[in-house]
Design a protein around this ligand. Structure first.
Ligand SMILES: Cc1cc2nc3c(=O)[nH]c(=O)nc-3n(C[C@H](O)[C@H](O)[C@H](O)COP(=O)(O)OP(=O)(O)OC[C@H]3O[C@@H](n4cnc5c(N)ncnc54)[C@H](O)[C@@H]3O)c2cc1C
Length: 358
């Protein structure tokens, strides 16, 4: 029987399994999608590579820095400038710009792949519910209703609304189940349409990215993905535009995830609108896009959170990790929450270990 089951192979789940492994504890990770990394996601189209979720990562601690080096990250060394809806652009926050922006030649998923390499990750397995056993462990069922695993400890790392769905479908101690749900239900997430636009020519720009500071523009973030080494073949350009919550919500139903325009077909209207806005911000004629790729993030960034201590109850064998335990969508925070969960589970297991194996 597996001792620890982790649900979700985003960076939080992977970091937790890494910490457990460092303590000699085996964990099995179940991930619903085809790859690891969750919202730290990289896409490849033809010879273009782009990060359509997290753009770059910060590493404010020694452990994080070590992970950056182990995964062959490099500092982008380009600045993020700021803009407002009236078109004013300035050089941005000097403090933020002084921090390294860790990125990877093969894309941000290199980070997750480094973490996942020595771990037991089962992909394309959606966990739908868990069931508490009379002796306090858990049975883990997938979306076909098949019993996948049994575990003494379970760590849940999907975004909070997805954890709520899973908990609601589960058989757990009702008082604990209600307590978890009441802490997690209020956590909402910003949705985000992320549109990648490829162009034939690369303009010379003073910035790597622009961030909208007055939150009045339809684009919240515009990044020159071609600034990342190895992502975009010369002389092409690729911009990532992240659309505001208002724009995203307005176009959510009509926006279908996929790649458009590769065979000369017309682009959807909201993509053409985005292209026009991108061109205005870049301040130059970019020509028609070669193609555009649309990604829909239903749960992009948590707007609130619950503290790690509050949700990880003493004496519980059900643990939680992810960016929502910091209330902020950041890769490094998700990793730190995973490491913390790995340490807590390790501490909970150790006395059991000593009795069982002495
Ligand atoms: C558009 C966008 C831009 C961003 N930009 C940045 C940035 O520049 N810098 C930065 O630091 N952060 C950024 N972030 C935030 C960052 O990506 C996240 O905070 C971080 O990746 C969260 O990691 P996580 O492990 O907590 O969650 P996730 O990455 O969401 O991982 C959860 C995993 O659980 C899986 N899962 C869900 N339900 C189930 C289930 N039932 N069974 C099995 N598996 C399941 C999911 O498929 C997923 O892989 C951005 C996010 C988005 C969407």
């Amino acid at each position: 029987m597996t001792m620890v089951v982790i649900i979700g192979a985003g960076v939080a789940g992977l970091a937790a399994a890494q910490r457990l492994q460092q303590q000699g504890i085996r964990a099995t990770i179940y991930e619903k999608s085809r790859g690891v990394g969750g919202r730290a996601a990289t896409r490849r189209i033809d010879s273009f590579t782009f990060d359509h979720g997290a753009q770059y990562v910060k590493a404010p601690s020694g452990d994080l820095l070590e992970l950056m080096h182990a995964s062959h990250a490099y500092d982008l060394e380009r600045d993020v400038w700021a803009f407002t809806a009236d078109g004013t652009i300035d050089t941005g926050d000097p403090v933020q710009n002084a921090d390294p922006k860790w990125t990877w030649q093969s894309g941000v998923t290199a980070l997750a792949k480094t973490l996942a390499a020595p771990l037991d990750v089962r992909l394309e397995t959606t966990i739908q519910r868990i069931e508490q056993t009379p002796r306090g462990g858990y049975r883990i069922y997938d979306s076909d209703g098949t019993l996948r695993d049994e575990a003494d400890y379970v760590l849940l790392t999907p975004p909070a609304p997805q954890i709520c769905e899973l908990l609601q479908a589960s058989q757990l101690d009702p008082a604990q189940q209600n307590q978890f749900l009441s802490l997690l239900r209020p956590i909402s997430y910003r949705p985000c349409l992320s549109i990648a636009l490829a162009y034939a020519q690369r303009p010379a720009l003073d910035w790597y990215a622009l961030i909208n500071t007055d939150r009045q523009h339809p684009i919240t973030w515009l990044a020159a993905e071609h600034d990342k080494a190895g992502h975009v073949p010369v002389p092409h350009a690729l911009f990532i535009a992240q659309l505001s919550p208002q724009f995203t919500q307005y176009h959510w139903e009509s926006a279908v995830k996929g790649t458009y325009g590769r065979h000369g077909e017309p682009l959807p209207d909201y993509v053409t609108t985005t292209h026009t806005l991108v061109q205005a911000l870049a301040g130059t004629d970019l020509g028609q896009p070669l193609w555009a790729n649309v990604q829909r993030w239903k749960y992009a960034l948590p707007e609130a959170g619950v503290s790690f201590e509050q949700i990880n109850l003493p004496n519980s064998r059900l643990f939680f990790a992810g960016d929502f335990t910091f209330g902020r969508g950041r890769v490094h925070l998700a990793i730190e929450s995973g490491w913390l969960a790995g340490e807590r589970i390790g501490a909970a297991i150790r006395p059991t270990f000593a009795v069982r194996y002495s």
